[in-house]
Design a binder for this molecule. Sequence first.
Ligand code: FAD
Length: 302
Amino acid sequence: MKVIDKINEALKDENRVVFSFEFFPPKTEDGVENLFERMERMVAHNPNFCDITWGAGGSTADLTLEIANRMQNMVCVETMMHLTCTNMPVEKIDHALDTIKSNGLQNVLALRGDPPHGQDKFVQVDGGFACALDLVKHMRSKYGDYFGITVAGYPEAHPDVIPADGVASLETYQSDLAYLKRKVDAGADLIVTQLFYDTDIFLKFVHDCRQLGITCPIVPGIMPINNYKGFLRMTGFCKTKIPAEIMAALEPIKDNEEAVRNYGVHLGTEMCKKILANGIRTLHLYTLNMEKSALAILQVGT
Ligand code: FAD
């Protein structure tokens, strides 16, 4: 079933909070088995869907396809597979799409992907696509309505257009939004956002999308802070704004992993409370393949 239909159905119940979990393909066979054990426990909490990432540059293509199949057909959770254009001529894209279609999956997060390893700029491969918009168009023209298509949204604009020292200009933010609208107009039916730690920025983004005529659900991507160094690495990579009070809260506890994790749950819970209070009842948890923080944060709406 398409995730968008599941979400729309669930949201008819005004008291319902809809949530989903993202996982990534582990590096070892043991890791994969551990992930499935964890996933079984997490799926018992009844997420609307779960998604599995596509390794940078297509590095996990076979494993992602295999895990997606197992999630859909053995864990029996509605599964969304990420798919990127990096290093992917159209034949490989179609192979991935045909494979999941034959396995009964109906949901794809369509992405451009980051530049191949060691390169600064995204390069379109021969016979491949330049951006997620091209992929969305291709999916709709070749596969019609079969797939539910999700695309990425960037509340602070895409990191490529955020200068190292600050925030995207109003002009680049607006052109990023206009491009997002083109992805939706081309056939995407759902948006999942990049991680953020300033909830007001996310709420403004939703407002700006609505002003522009984007009407599909916009699902906030919440990444619990599990570890100080990992948090700095990820926010640095994504050029995410970190509100001063978060840095001030983390500074004295940064060497105490448990305290950082507890703070991450507290912060994630407060962010979700504010999002729910603003009438948005869909939450997407970047689990980083860990269960405790994501489940603890979800206590907010269940
Ligand atoms: P696009 O939507 O194509 O565009 C990115 C930006 O480029 C746009 O915001 C816009 O500013 C500009 N742009 C591109 N084309 C045009 C155009 N034609 N006109 C105007 N502007 C344009 N990466 C992975 O490798 N694997 C994953 O599984 C994965 N999952 C992700 C999940 C989410 C929810 C998010 C937010 C990101 C994920 N990423 C993943 C990272 C993603 O691949 C990178 O952020 C990548 O750099 C951009 O992908 P995109 O689909 O947003 O690109």
